[in-house]
Design a protein around this ligand. Sequence first.
Ligand SMILES: [Mg+2]
Length: 276
Amino acid sequence: MAIDDRVGQSGSGVRRDLRDALGALAATPRLLVALDFDGTLAPVVDDPEKARATPEARAAVERLIEVPDTRVALVSGRSLQDLEQVAPFGDRVLLVGSHGIELRLDDPDDVLALDDGERRQLDVLEQVLDQIADTLDTVWIEPKPAGFAVHTRLATERHSRVAHLVAINELKAEAPDATVRLGKDVIEFSVRSTTKGEAVEHLRRYTHATAVFYAGDDVTDEDAFVALTADDLGVKSGDGPTAADHRVAGVKEVAAVLSLLATLRETHARDAPGTN
Ligand SMILES: [Mg+2]
């Protein structure tokens, strides 16, 4: 049966080559649908707290969640806490926050599992950074999912420079594998450096997926697209260079693609029950 006959009107607006690729993907035994949030399910807005998935995207994701042998994951640069606040799917989806550093899988207590080596590094980080914060009282330390942020906003320029230098030098000796990320009035140290690509690999193993669908709009989503294999399908939302196989104009079109994927996957589950 041609895909057009099976999906009726819900495939309208999705290009032929993408429709065909979605048809092939929908027949996979176990499907992982991994989705960026901002710029993919939700239009980008000035106040990040106000970002919401469009009703169409939300409806399509709700349908995908219900299909047997299909898991949905949101993969975002937002912190896990942020992501939980803006994403409306509760614990029915898997969540990846902070570009892969934070994971919330099915066990709600298992939000981030550092290994022993990372835990030791985290302890060292904390000791070194606490010392610096004690010495310079305008510098304060914020715990992060896999590290710490050293805030120097209230420090004089000189103190801020001292804090940066001391932190970097001490940690070079004490925790050489820590990742350092410089921001405005903040320096972040992390014992885990990861990407959305690694997150997708992790989710693929965790869900035992036989194929992955990924959609995203940003530069960091490119790591995920690169991690996809020939059996997977990547859809880039919006402009910009991409390694994804397919591109759509934006959030509205992503929702149409997800709606079609839901229809195809529902049809597959109905036509071939229990074969997975
Ligand atoms: Mg995005």
